[in-house]
Write a protein that binds this ligand. Structure first.
Ligand SMILES: *Cc1c(COP(=O)(O)O)cnc(C)c1O
Length: 357
């Protein structure tokens, strides 16, 4: 019940242990295609280029930055927590000139602040924003932001690591141009893959590049044929076969439950946790809170480390510490995927009451 990894169901663990095939074996290609098809459903997109990058969520961030940006490009990065800050760092390493739109930790990025940046930096190629900021628990609305970004003729890049599989992520409806997630948050698989998706507009930007992508591993122009089903399946790197088995099983569980039913489950357990915490005198930090990550204030006089270590040693419950300005002041309680259950909420509330006493 921390900020990830979340609990992995037995079905996924069993799939991970299936016999390893060759990554060009037609049977494996079929499994991989099926996995990409399910990712499209979960992202709610028809984007042909939708696949799992062979590394954790940060690799999705790095893959998008290195493919969409060339040295000297201007970009706008929204920062209201740790992950927006990381995007700025990666963009700068890719040679971009970064303009930031900032909000206080715990606040959403406002349309007003973004509007000013779009006006001041009209040459920017893209805008990046975090849909679910795991460091603060903020749930960022995207529809208005998307309209503004496209009216300004830029691409919209979204970090959906802690929302995919827990909150609606409507890639096509919201016209998101590049998006990445991770397997170990609301998809309830082990860490190791980063699902990403690129729109047609993003592909055009990549096709018009003047320079080679500086990262060999993440150069999507070399991975495109392998993943987008053109039939030309050549060796680039050895796919993490067993991880893909695991992801396919995890996605099958998401789709069997139904996306709407799954979002509703996350909402209901979040409300239950919120009510219980408020009875214990614990309040939420963000006004616009995620259901999947609950960032709450530690009450006065309660020792952060002592409570978390007793929850872990006496109840086998892990919750997350605060980061940055929230260190020692906040707890981050994950209700992600398989771990988002009434049973977990009630056990945590009982244990927390007992330990705080
Ligand atoms: C966890 C997370 C990441 C990074 O994912 P890793 O799997 O740790 O590499 C990126 N962005 C957000 C919002 C996250 O919560």
């Amino acid at each position: 019940m921390g900020p990830g990894p979340s609990t992995v169901p037995a079905r996924v663990l069993k799939a991970l242990g299936s016999p390893t095939m060759g990554h060009l074996d037609p049977d494996y290609i079929e499994i991989m295609d099926e996995c990409c098809g399910m990712l499209r459903k979960v992202f709610r997109t028809t984007n042909a280029l939708t696949f799992p990058v062979s590394a954790t969520g940060m690799a999705g961030m790095e893959a998008i930055a290195s493919n969409l940006v060339e040295r000297g490009d201007e970009v706008i990065v929204c920062i209201n927590g740790v992950f927006g800050g990381r995007m700025k760092d990666i963009m700068e390493r890719c040679g971009a000139t970064v303009h930031t739109v900032e909000a206080e930790w715990g606040d959403v990025i406002s349309g007003e602040a973004l509007g000013e940046a779009l006006e001041s930096h009209p040459e920017s190629r893209l805008v990046t924003i975090v849909h679910a900021e795991t460091s603060t628990g903020v749930h960022q609305p995207l529809e208005e932001i998307s309209r503004m970004v496209h009216d300004a003729g830029m691409l919209l890049v979204v970090d959906a690591v802690t929302s995919l599989g827990g909150h609606p992520v409507n890639v096509d409806d919201w016209e998101i141009d590049a998006i990445f997630s991770g397997t170990q948050k609301c998809l309830s698989c082990p860490p190791g893959l980063s699902p990403i998706s690129f729109s047609e507009r993003a592909l055009e930007v990549m096709d018009a590049r003047q320079s080679k992508v500086q990262s060999w591993y993440f150069d999507v122009s070399m991975l495109r044929d392998y993943y987008s089903g053109s039939g030309a399946r050549a060796y680039h790197h050895t796919a993490p076969i067993n991880m893909v088995y695991g992801l396919r099983e995890g996605l099958a569980m998401v789709l069997e439950e139904g996306l709407e039913e799954r979002f509703e489950r996350h909402r209901v357990v979040h409300e239950r946790l919120r009510n219980g915490l408020e009875e214990l005198g614990i309040s939420y930090i963000p006004e616009s809170s995620l259901h999947t990550l609950n960032c709450v204030t530690i009450p006065d006089g309660v020792e952060d480390g002592a409570v978390r270590s007793r929850l872990l040693s006496e109840y086998s419950i892990e919750i997350g510490a605060g980061l940055g300005p929230f260190a020692g002041k906040a707890w981050r309680i994950g209700l992600m995927g398989h771990a988002a259950t009434r049973r977990n909420v009630d056990l945590l509330l009982a244990a927390l009451g007992e330990v705080m006493e």
